[in-house]
Design a protein. Structure first.
Length: 67
């Protein structure tokens, strides 16, 4: 299995977390959960995700599917 670096960035003031699997250009698109956005490249491959209002997440743990 190939190694993969994952970057996690948390901004406590904005209560926002971003997880990046792959660096490069991309854009965010909505998911079924209003607090979660997935980041995809031009081919639609998931390269990361973000979560807003992290401290208010219910239920815990947060479960969601990246398509």
């Amino acid at each position: 299995m190939a190694k993969r670096n994952v970057k996690v960035w948390y901004d406590p003031e904005a209560d926002f977390i971003e997880v990046t699997f792959t660096e490069g250009p991309g854009y965010y698109r909505e998911t079924a959960n209003d607090q979660v956005m997935e980041r995809v490249d031009d081919s639609g491959n998931i390269i990361g995700f973000s979560i807003i209002k992290v401290s208010s997440l219910k239920p815990r743990p947060l479960e969601f599917e990246l398509v």
